[in-house]
Design a protein. Structure first.
Length: 141
């Protein structure tokens, strides 16, 4: 089974539309076809971003909806302990949390729409960067 880390950009996309690849990734996670890794810090980042006013407005969801989603999503996440920190590797500290979860969790890939943010650091750790649609193709194989 593929072990992945989701960038926040993928979760925000999934919350905005049930028609795209990001939502399909969440469905595969829910059905136990993909193992998603997260640290407590990364999970708090998910919550902070998904509950922003602008995210709620675009998604049409309430804070209670997001809370219920995150409660359920947490049950599908495999926890990752941070044993080593290689900071700084990236320009954005919230991206550092995503990278640390992937590296410390020995992820098969980091799933993001912001591949440019990770393009320099990910190869240092032999970490593939995939768009959600690439993950779906890999998961079919």
């Amino acid at each position: 089974m593929l072990r992945i880390v989701l960038d926040t950009s993928v979760l925000t996309s999934a919350m905005r539309s049930s028609l795209g690849a990001s939502y399909a990734v969440l469905q595969k996670i829910q059905h136990g076809q993909i193992d998603v890794l997260a640290t407590p810090a990364l999970f708090l980042e998910y919550e902070a971003v998904l509950t922003r006013d602008e995210q709620l407005a675009v998604s049409g969801l309430t804070i209670n909806d997001i809370s219920r989603f995150l409660d359920a999503f947490a049950g599908f996440c495999s926890p990752v302990e941070i044993h080593f920190s290689w900071r700084p590797q990236l320009n954005d500290s919230s991206d550092e949390m995503v990278l640390e979860a992937a590296v410390n969790g020995h992820a098969d890939a980091l799933i993001t729409f912001n591949t440019a943010h990770f393009a320099v650091a990910a190869p240092r750790f032999n970490l593939p960067l995939w768009l959600p649609k690439q993950l779906l193709m890999e998961a079919r194989q």
